[in-house]
Design a protein around this ligand. Sequence first.
Ligand code: SF4
Length: 98
Amino acid sequence: MGHPKPKLPGSVSWAWSWQELAACARFDPRLFFHPTGERGEGSRARELAAKQVCATCPVLEPCRAYALAVREPYGVWGGLTEEERAHLLRRRRAARAA
Ligand code: SF4
């Protein structure tokens, strides 16, 4: 259960041991990844429920850092949706360019 173990890029020597403490390991992964065609209120409710699990997770920070570092394209990771991660990454790029 929980998130699938990621395929780490060779250049990223990321310690994956934090996943052993993941709060989401006790939940159905479908809570964290939107099914095809999910929209609107159903999507928001599922994401909110996933975020509530993340809020209790002792490894939220390394999970979020991992998802941002490898540009995880889908799902809630580290309490952030894919849209929120994309927004954060755009802000970081803009701040670096300024
Ligand atoms: S922060 Fe959320 S997605 Fe990441 S390991 Fe914890 S529960 Fe899972």
